[in-house]
Design a binder for this molecule. Structure first.
Ligand code: SAM
Length: 181
């Protein structure tokens, strides 16, 4: 219910009426070898469905930097996630560079994004993707889900390789883009 009411308050920022399914989550983070991960960044965790699962899989000395602009979701994440490895920020994903530096991290091994790119203004979308490209490690991946193929062209312009997967068991079904430099 909290998701639905936040959606009605700000449709273009939330971009979904319900949290994602665990099936979609597995398509997002299921292929990651967490033994190799030092720093993972999440854009738009919402109520934290992916965040909590990723934290279960991360090494004890890895860190997760989490950007959530919605104040209610941010508050809920702060209350529910008591984990020293998680840096939970009420900030926009555009600030990835600034916060990686504050956390003494050079690059992100993975960036997991649920941002509703399709409904974002062009400048915001460009700034976020530029930050992601500039701060993703050479062997890392930017993993993004969307409910349509609209972002395919844009992501192919920014990344060398974009692989597509599809999760039918989600409301609505979603495409997962796995992007590498
Ligand atoms: C589609 S919801 C996804 C939530 C969750 N990851 C899930 O899959 O259930 C998108 C989330 O992105 C957040 N968001 C929107 N713009 C943002 C921005 N510029 N930086 C960080 N988070 C943002 C919204 O507040 C919302 O929680």
């Amino acid at each position: 219910m909290s998701f639905l009411s936040e959606f009605f308050k700000n449709k273009s920022e939330i971009g979904a009426v319900a949290p994602s399914s665990k099936f979609l989550g597995k398509k997002m983070y299921g292929g990651i070898d967490f033994s190799e991960v030092k720093c993972i960044v999440e854009f738009g965790p919402g109520t934290g469905v992916f965040t909590k699962e990723i934290l279960k899989r991360m090494n004890p000395d890895a860190c997760m930097i989490i950007f959530e602009t919605n104040p209610s979701f941010y508050q809920k994440l702060k209350e529910e996630i008591k984990d020293d490895r998680a840096v939970i920020l009420n900030e926009s994903a555009e600030k990835i560079g600034e916060y990686l530096a504050i956390e003494n991290q050079e690059k992100a091994d993975y960036i997991i994004s649920s941002l509703p790119l399709t409904v974002f203004p062009k400048e915001l979308k460009e700034n976020i993707l530029k930050g992601a490209v500039d701060h993703l490690s050479e062997k890392g991946q930017y993993i993004q889900f969307q409910y349509s193929l609209n972002a395919h062209k844009l992501l192919k312009e920014k990344f060398n390789t974009v692989k597509l997967a599809f999760s039918l068991i989600n409301m609505p079904p979603a495409f997962v883009y796995k992007c590498s430099l």
